[in-house]
Design a protein around this ligand. Structure first.
Ligand SMILES: Nc1ncnc2c1ncn2[C@@H]1O[C@H](COP(=O)(O)OP(=O)(O)O)[C@@H](O)[C@H]1O
Ligand SMILES: [Mg+2]
Length: 388
């Protein structure tokens, strides 16, 4: 469809629709010739096009798109009715990236001026949000199940251990006492496993914390555990503001992730620790202005397909002798800080990203407020964290 561009109106789109500027959804405003009269910043971001490249051009001069959008627009013009949830494929002319979008068209009754409001959301984002929601629900259900199960196992365990101990004291044959010892040892092992499964119920004790304090502590533990073979590269944004967090929980969470990386590489390879600020981020259905991201990147074999979809589930392990609790615990702790853990993994590069939102007051202040520096020493006290 080719429509000649309409004459430019004297009315400034920016000021007439300033409210749309703050939306997360990409919005284009078209006149009745489908000339772009307004584009919000979300649309500029989505299509990586500046407003000037879109304004005063027809939709077809800026984008190539499938029939669905033409149909929706023509129907809106003919019937003067709104159409929502159109599945549209569209790409900016001259750009390779094809956007798969959910699109709504709403006719707006403004005398002679803007006529059609186009709202567009990437489908991948929708799928991602739905997937995250599902994972969140699943994780909560799992956690509940594991807790109940752990309680049920732990209660009779004390009785079993006590009885074995009494029996042990009564036995005078050493060969028989070996059996009671096995019962006691295994009961103890199970007890400590159950204790680890039950720990997450402690609420985080929040305090002002520098993320690099956490990361450096983890680094020194890993350096002590894997003295040769693991090289740790640091790429810190030392200007990150303080976050509000539970020091011990965050150390344990990050340690579990970094230790997994070191173990996956069999103690030989490189781990990069990267800290950054993230802006305007949605976590567990809530939006935050700022968040801190920590990426743990290793050049190991990648997460195997057999566990990939379930790595955060309790007792899922792809490792000989693994408990499968490390990432479950890490996720619980990070969730308690309203954050998330995501990962991307291909053979040769696995990246776990921990995102922890910043409290609004801190973030609203100078985001570059100095709060710490990358330290080069590895002289922190002896490692004392559970081996998950
Ligand atoms: N960086 C990584 N590279 C490859 N596989 C990983 C990585 N991190 C986690 N995994 C996989 O996820 C599984 C679950 O990890 P985790 O919950 O810590 O349990 P565990 O370490 O006890 O097996 C690991 O066993 C491993 O198979
Ligand atoms: Mg682990």
């Amino acid at each position: 469809m080719t429509v000649p561009p309409a004459p430019v109106s004297a009315l400034s789109a920016g000021s007439a629709f300033a409210g749309l500027d703050v939306l997360v959804t990409a919005v284009l405003m078209l006149d009745d010739r489908f000339t772009v009269r307004y584009a919000n910043p979300a649309a500029e971001n989505l299509f990586a096009l500046s407003r000037n490249l879109m304004l005063h051009h027809t939709l077809d001069e800026v984008f190539s798109h499938d029939e669905a959008l033409s149909t929706a627009l023509t129907a809106a013009r003919t019937n003067h009715a709104g159409y929502s949830d159109y599945d549209v494929k569209l790409n900016a002319l001259g750009r390779a990236e094809v956007h798969h979008l959910i699109c709504s068209v709403t006719p707006i009754d403004l005398p002679g001026e803007f006529r059609y409001l186009l709202e567009m959301r990437p489908i991948t984002q929708q799928i991602k949000a739905a997937r995250e929601e599902r994972i969140l629900d699943q994780t909560q259900a799992n956690r509940e199940l594991v807790r109940n199960l752990a309680h049920e196992i732990r209660n009779p365990l004390g009785g079993i251990r006590g009885a074995a101990q009494l029996l042990d004291a009564e036995l005078d044959r050493a060969d028989l006492r070996e059996y009671t010892r096995v019962v006691m040892q295994e009961a103890d092992r199970l007890q400590s496993l159950m204790d680890r499964m039950l720990t997450p119920h402690r609420l985080p004790q929040l305090g002002a914390l520098n993320i690099h304090e956490v990361v450096e502590r983890v680094r020194s533990v890993i350096v002590a555990e894997f003295p040769d073979g693991i090289r740790i590269r640091r790429d810190y944004d030392t200007s990150l503001p303080m976050l509000s967090g539970d020091r011990e929980q965050l150390i344990q969470a990050v340690l579990n992730i970094v230790r997994n990386a070191a173990q996956a590489m069999d103690g030989h390879g490189e781990i990069e620790l990267r800290t950054r600020i993230a802006r305007s981020i949605t976590l567990a259905r809530r939006r935050y202005r700022h968040a801190i991201t920590l990426q743990v990147i290793d050049n190991g074999p990648g997460i195997s397909d057999s566990v990939r979809e379930r790595v955060f589930y309790p007792l899922v392990s792809g490792r000989e002798g693994g408990s499968g609790l490390g990432l479950t615990l890490a996720q619980t702790f990070i969730n308690q800080h309203h954050g998330t853990i995501e990962f991307d993994s291909v053979p040769g590069r696995t990246c776990f990203t921990v995102i922890v939102p910043l409290p609004e007051e801190t973030a609203a202040g100078a985001p570059g407020a100095p709060s710490g520096h990358a330290r080069n020493d590895a002289t922190t006290s002896t490692p004392s964290f559970a081996a998950n």
